[in-house]
Design a binder for this molecule. Structure first.
Ligand SMILES: Nc1ncnc2c1ncn2[C@@H]1O[C@H](COP(=O)(O)OP(=O)(O)OP(=O)(O)O)[C@@H](O)[C@H]1O
Length: 129
């Protein structure tokens, strides 16, 4: 939200919010290699889901997991930028903040892989055995 818009209400403000959110998304996508990797993996996962013709509930699970990774990566980037704004010097608490934020993405990614394996392996076994 632009500073001049803070007290405005209504549809224009809503549209501007979407615009700013889109700018944020573009920034993360262009500048964060991890986001590009997540995006490629999401395409592979969705292609696999189409190929294996997974159920509607399984599609919902995949959508929740994939969108969760994107959202966490975006929040991780926001924390990185905020820390960089506070200090460009080495600081143990800056390190802690960035490492903890990154660990959120890591933990979710590990569970996402486990969920993907649990979901896809039975289909693949059925197909190839
Ligand atoms: N100001 C700082 N003080 C101390 N350690 C820092 C500081 N900035 C970064 N670090 C350490 O360096 C690591 C890498 O920081 P960087 O800002 O490059 O983010 P990143 O995790 O590499 O993210 P990305 O490459 O996705 O942008 C951090 O995880 C942290 O451990």
């Amino acid at each position: 939200m632009g500073l001049q818009d803070r007290n405005k209400r209504g549809f224009t403000r809503l549209l501007r919010s979407f615009g700013y959110a889109f700018q944020g998304l573009k920034h993360v996508f262009i500048n964060e290699q991890n986001m590009q990797v997540h995006f490629c993996l999401a395409i592979i996962v969705f292609a696999l889901a189409v190929w294996l013709d997974v159920t509607r509930i399984e599609w919902l699970i995949l959508l929740v997991v994939v969108s969760g990774i994107f959202a966490l990566e975006i929040m991780n980037t926001a924390i990185e930028r905020t820390v960089d704004l506070v200090t460009e010097e080495y600081h143990p608490i800056a390190k802690r903040a960035k490492d903890v934020a990154a660990s959120a993405v890591f933990v979710y990614s590990v569970f996402a892989v486990i969920i993907g394996l649990v979901l896809f392996i039975p289909y693949l076994l059925e197909m190839f055995l």
